[in-house]
Design a binder for this molecule. Structure first.
Ligand code: P6P
Length: 318
């Protein structure tokens, strides 16, 4: 545990979070700092490249994916305060301490989002959300398949030109940077979604967009709704963080031909939608509020629109 993390400690205490939840959040903060330090030296410690494994998503596992995943699982298990975990990298639920029914919290995470950008030094990040368990049965997946609106805290850490952690609850959304000893120091509090005109879409999927989405994007480009600029990093957490600070909307629609979504509901869309809701933003799958969707499985994929209400309203009228 990082020593003298007083600022984070007092921030969390002032949020009236109980000490077990504070310990879980400090464990996540420490883990994100460790991941950040490792990423920055990954080129020289042979952590760039792939493990040769294929994960449950059918994606080639990057060495840093595996490292970040194992670190979070190990540290959260050692905290003794986590009842159950769900990870993008692991097919089924993770029981940190079998029969430890005293622990209250369920943690879901994408250990390293955007990992296709690792070997080109583009911003990547860790995304997480924390829930209260529903029952004392560690084999009951319903503890993981909760609606996003049930989250208590959600957040992310982006590993970019600087390392920034976002922590969000219904009370406050704040940003933290880390000093060289890993202490999280608050830089922004009571964050509200920015209002710049930015849209963030992978337009190479144009032919698979619905007519509604095509007319929406054409409207944003037309200048009739103001002058928009396009930004797309290809790392969800990075695109989300930029829009949270500056404004705008991110969209990864369902494929209109296959009906498939790409982004994962439980550990990508729900945490970011929870943050959007807490910061005057909005999030949907194109029809439904993301936070109201009852997950059917741990790795369910959905269409995803998240960001300023302004662009979401324009889409409704498209
Ligand atoms: P595409 C990264 O692999 C990821 O899951 C998200 O971080 C990102 O938004 C998306 O995929 C990018 O997908 O199809 O644009 O490369």
């Amino acid at each position: 545990m990082i020593k003298n993390n007083e600022e984070l400690n007092s921030y969390l205490t002032n949020q009236n979070l109980n000490e077990d939840l504070i310990l879980v959040l400090k464990t996540i903060s420490d883990s994100c700092f460790e991941i950040s330090e490792t990423i920055r030296s990954s080129g020289i410690n042979n952590l760039i490249g792939k493990t040769g494994e294929i994960n449950v998503q059918g994606e080639k596992v990057e060495k840093l994916d595996e490292y970040a995943n194992n670190l979070l699982i190990r540290n959260l298990s050692h905290s003794g305060k986590v009842f159950l975990m769900g990870s993008e990298e692991i097919e089924s639920a993770i029981i940190p301490n079998p029969n430890n029914i005293d622990s209250e919290y369920v943690v879901v995470f994408d250990p390293l989002d955007g990992s296709s950008n690792i070997d080109v030094s583009v911003t990547i990040g860790t995304i997480f959300a924390i829930y209260k368990k529903i029952n004392n049965d560690q084999n009951d997946l319903e503890n993981l398949l909760q609606k996003g609106k049930n989250a208590i805290v959600a957040g992310y850490t982006v590993y970019g030109s600087s390392t920034v952690m976002c922590l969000s609850s219904s009370v406050d959304t704040s940003l933290f940077s880390f000093d060289k000893n890993g202490r999280a120091l608050r830089t922004h509090s009571n964050i509200k979604h920015g209002n710049s005109n930015i849209y963030s879409v992978n337009e190479s999927n144009w032919n698979n967009f619905t007519e509604k989405d095509k007319s929406w994007i054409k409207k944003l480009k037309s200048g009739t709704e103001g002058e928009y600029t396009a930004r797309y990093v290809g790392s969800l957490v990075s695109d989300f963080h930029r829009n949270l600070i500056k404004g705008g909307v991110f969209a990864y629609p369902y494929d209109s031909i296959t009906g498939e979504g790409r982004l994962r509901l439980i550990y990508e869309c729900n945490p970011l939608s929870f943050i959007a809701k807490n910061t005057n933003g909005d999030a949907s799958d194109g029809e439904r509020k993301i936070l109201e969707i009852k997950p059917s499985n741990l790795h369910q994929r959905v269409g995803f629109y998240v960001g300023s209400k302004k662009e979401m309203e324009i889409r409704k009228k498209s």
